[in-house]
Ligand binder design. Structure first.
Ligand code: FAD
Length: 486
């Protein structure tokens, strides 16, 4: 590194990975500069991802719940939508969080620089000023020098090349802007993001079709969890086209006309559809190729990811990378955890602290959650993965039809499933489908990290009547001691 640098650590990108790395590095006593092209801190997650989608999903869930009340003897009239207010609510939530980040940066003396960063060499970043949208450069440039850099430049939505430019064709960012409540909507991609946004628009009254190329919705989740979701949502969604490719789209006056093909050779193509809004949710691609990696000899793989080791080191000694840009799963909590590791390793090196220098990413599991209705959450091995690995497992299942709390809530369609190693009896995975599954999976993740076995979990006294009891009871079921209905 040059003798004099502008900072110890430069963090490129202010998403959950970047701000976590910057704040941890500052807390450890390093001089930190955080670079972000957009006016707001918080990255995809806070501005156009996790948080705004959950603000809308909460409203959707309450609307659905209220509809069920009819059967419980309480009726409300048809919902009156004020889209401006709903949008304002979502924006207020994200604004509070992103504003809070500015305060947290200030309190830690983290210097925030706005602009688009590309590497000049292994210790210098060129920063081009950006206008409000973050996409357009405004011509001002400056160079910032650093001892170490944490690359946290994230990812962006994949766009299907054959879809025409049309305001009625959007990605998740466009869908979250809530431009209108369309009559007919097509969601291309049956993964978490597509189904979450489909749930929001469905609750607002839109008729939703979903098209997914693989044979099942929510790839990655256990099939029996997804089945419960599908059964519960059978009437809520229109056509769910599995094993189907979207092959063409035309913008017409009456809507976007989309045609499909079966992914299996020889099978008839499903009928084309006409939609007022088309959401493409076919995955996200890392921003690895957009930061001048070639100028520093930084390895970026063919998919745009930056390979790192368990200390988040790239192949260039002064550069670390974290979050969506280093690989799957592209989740905020993974990015945050990796951000902390990178900051600690760097602090260890620069301050000569051996304990910090040993910090590494060694989490056993990274939980995943689909915040749909019902929610689906899982951590560790799925049953399919355990089978594919030929691993002998013992399964404990607790159906929520036997849970007093789930019945009282009028939502007993879920279940909790835990998987244990047949020899060691330690928990290796778990999945939950049902309301609040995302909140419940934290206990499963903790149990896996702590190496808990069936008895540890089954003998832990869970409060009654709660949905968390289902975790204890699933463990008891695996142990063969579950006799009670709750
Ligand atoms: P990002 O959040 O992508 O942040 C990268 C930042 O770097 C951005 O602010 C970008 O502007 C900036 N940047 C990029 N290049 C440059 C450059 N050259 N110069 C300056 N700045 C640059 N995850 C969950 O865990 N839970 C959820 O519920 C969830 N819901 C989601 C819903 C949606 C609709 C979407 C799209 C994503 C969701 N995710 C969710 C995923 C989550 O948002 C990402 O995993 C997370 O934001 C990744 O964090 P990151 O720090 O790696 O990158």
């Amino acid at each position: 590194a040059p003798a004099e640098t502008d900072c110890d650590v430069l963090v490129l990108g202010a998403g959950p990975g970047g701000y976590s790395a910057a704040f941890r590095a500052a807390d450890l006593g390093l001089k930190v500069i955080l670079v972000e092209r957009y006016a707001e801190l918080g990255g995809v997650c806070l501005n156009v991802g996790c948080i705004p989608s959950k603000a809308l999903l909460h409203v959707a869930a309450v609307m659905d719940e209220v509809r069920h009340f009819d059967a419980l003897g309480v009726s409300y009239g048809a919902p009156q939508l004020d889209l401006d207010k709903l949008r304002a609510h979502k924006n207020a939530v994200t604004g509070k969080l992103t504003g809070g980040l500015n305060g947290m940066a200030k309190a830690r003396k983290v210097q925030v620089l706005r602009g688009y960063g590309t590497f000049i060499d292994a210790h210098h970043l060129q920063l081009e000023g950006t206008t409000g949208t973050g996409q357009d450069k405004n011509g001002e440039t400056r160079t910032v020098s650093f001892k170490r850099c944490v690359i946290a430049a994230g990812s962006q939505a994949v766009h299907l090349p054959f879809l025409p430019e049309d305001p009625r064709i959007v990605d998740s960012t466009g869908a979250l802007a809530l431009p209108q409540v369309p009559k007919r909507m097509l969601v291309i991609g049956g993964g978490i993001i597509g189904l979450e946004m489909g749930s929001v628009y469905g609750a607002l009254g839109t008729s939703i079709d979903v098209v997914e190329m693989s044979d099942g919705l929510m790839p990655g989740a256990d099939r029996d969890l997804v089945q419960v979701w599908q059964k519960f949502n059978a009437k809520r969604f229109g056509r769910v086209l599995l094993g189907t490719k979207t092959v063409a789209a035309q913008a017409t006056a009456e809507g976007i006309r989309v045609s499909f093909e079966s992914a299996k050779a020889g099978e008839a193509a499903p009928e084309a559809g006409v939609y007022d809004l088309v959401l493409q949710a076919v995955g996200r691609t890392p921003n690895g190729r957009k930061i001048g990696a070639d100028k520093v000899g930084l390895t970026v793989n063919e998919r745009g990811f930056i390979p790192v080791d368990e200390q988040m080191r790239t192949n260039v000694p002064s550069l670390f990378a974290i979050g969506d840009i280093v690989g799957q799963p592209m989740l905020a909590h993974k990015a945050t955890h990796e951000g902390h590791v990178a900051a600690e390793v760097i602090a260890g090196e620069l301050l000569g602290d051996e304990a910090l220098a040993r910090s590494a990413f060694d989490a056993r599991v990274i939980p995943s959650v689909a915040y749909t209705d019902p929610e689906i959450a899982w951590a560790g091995l799925t049953e399919e993965q355990a089978k594919a690995q030929g691993r002998a497992i013992k399964k404990g299942l607790f159906p929520w039809a036997a849970s007093g709390r789930a019945l009282a809530n009028g939502r007993s369609e879920g279940f909790t499933k835990l998987l244990f190693d047949a020899e060691t009896h330690r928990i290796v995975g778990g999945g939950i489908v049902g309301t609040h599954a995302g909140d419940l999976i934290g206990e499963v993740a903790l149990a896996i990290e702590m190496g808990a076995d069936e008895i540890d979990i089954g003998k832990t006294i869970h409060p009654h009547p709660t949905l968390t009891e289902s975790v204890g009871l699933a463990a008891e079921a695996a142990h063969g001691t579950c006799t009670d209905l709750m």
